[in-house]
Design a protein around this ligand. Structure first.
Ligand code: BMA
Length: 330
């Protein structure tokens, strides 16, 4: 190929990806060193707005290997975090034996109808991880619902309102039939306690895809003018371990069981050293995001390599413009 042809060919290829989420220069914004008490690591935080401030409910792992949840609150969502001096929400294995080995990876949804926040979290039981639910008005007192999905199941979040009288939960059961992959499901309930009408929402792809075999919801669903915006993680198995990356999907606003769009490519993945190296290498794992309605900026909070908390920002209109250009799932 002549040099000219080669240059033309290069130009015709778009060789950069549009970066939707930009990492904050102060990353990682929180580590175990910032914690007011001894912890192995802090990571995978849920996020919501509380009293006009950003509230994170971080997963804190102690040196037994068990996790609990502790809140950190900040006005700008970046700095000056006020962290509870003791664990905010701990496992209670005496009354809830399914919490034997700790509680992990919460997601928070504000439920207007109840005037409460719903926290869906992974309880680590002797039978494996499962989904549990608690409600709170103040992030001080918690109303436990206990187990809402049996093991193995995790990565759950509620939609903020009912659809035709029913609440909808997104979650990720692991089938015993491994050939079918770990897919994202939705289930319905009239009372938040008893769940049914289970169905697959998003399938893990197969073969060479970045999100082959295992996917799971990341933060809580975000309501937008064009549908529910969903950020999910895909787990790629490689000879040197797994890589956790993130993709986007858009669900119908009135019927969230209907997937309108899904990104073919991942939009965020481990690149920086705090995402690549830590207790578990090559993991970005958000459990929460908040939207500033005025600026239209979304702040996504994520765990880096199971060892720190980081934040990345995107404009909601860029995310929507991107997802609207993505294909309709087959
Ligand atoms: C997942 C969850 C996350 C963790 C990730 C990588 O299965 O357990 O809490 O961040 O693995 O270790």
């Amino acid at each position: 190929m002549s040099q000219n042809n080669f240059q033309t060919k290069l130009k015709s290829h778009n060789n950069t990806y549009k970066e939707l989420f930009k990492r904050h220069p102060s990353n990682p914004i929180l580590t175990a060193k910032d914690w007011p008490y001894a912890a192995n690591t802090v990571f995978n935080p849920a996020a919501t707005m509380y009293d006009n401030k950003v509230l994170l409910l971080a997963r804190v792992e102690d040196r037994r290997g068990f996790s609990h949840l502790t809140k950190a609150v900040s006005e700008d969502g970046i700095s000056n975090w006020k962290i509870d001096p003791i664990p905010t929400f701990e496992s209670d294995p005496v009354h809830y034996p399914e919490e034997a080995w700790g509680i992990e990876d919460p997601r928070i949804t504000w439920i207007e109808e109840l005037g409460k926040w719903a926290i869906t979290y992974t309880a680590y039981s002797q039978g494996g991880p499962l989904v549990a639910l608690a409600l709170t008005k103040d992030f001080v007192h918690f109303e436990r619902f206990g187990t809402i999905m049996p093991p193995e199941d995790k990565d759950a979040a509620l939609f903020p309102r009912r659809f035709n009288g029913k609440w909808i939960l997104i979650h990720r059961p692991i089938p015993s039939y491994q050939g079918s992959g770990a897919n994202i499901w939705i289930s319905h309930s009239k009372d938040l306690k008893y769940w049914g009408d289970h169905q697959i929402l998003l399938n893990a792809r197969q073969g060479g895809w970045w999100d082959a075999n295992k996917i799971g919801l990341s933060p809580q669903p975000l309501e937008t003018d064009v549908g529910w915006l969903i950020l999910y993680h895909g787990v790629r198995q490689t000879p040197s371990g797994s890589i956790y990356r993130l993709g986007l999907a858009l669900l119908d606003i009135e019927n969230p069981a209907k997937v309108l769009r899904r990104s073919d490519e991942w939009i965020f993945g481990p690149l920086e050293s705090y995402e690549r190296y830590g207790d578990v290498a090559d993991v970005v794992f958000p459990c929460g995001w908040v939207l500033d309605e005025k600026s239209g900026i979304v702040k996504m909070y994520y765990g880096g390599a199971d060892s720190c908390i980081a934040v990345a920002t995107a404009s909601l209109s860029d995310l929507l413009e991107y997802i609207k250009r993505c294909p309709e799932p087959k």
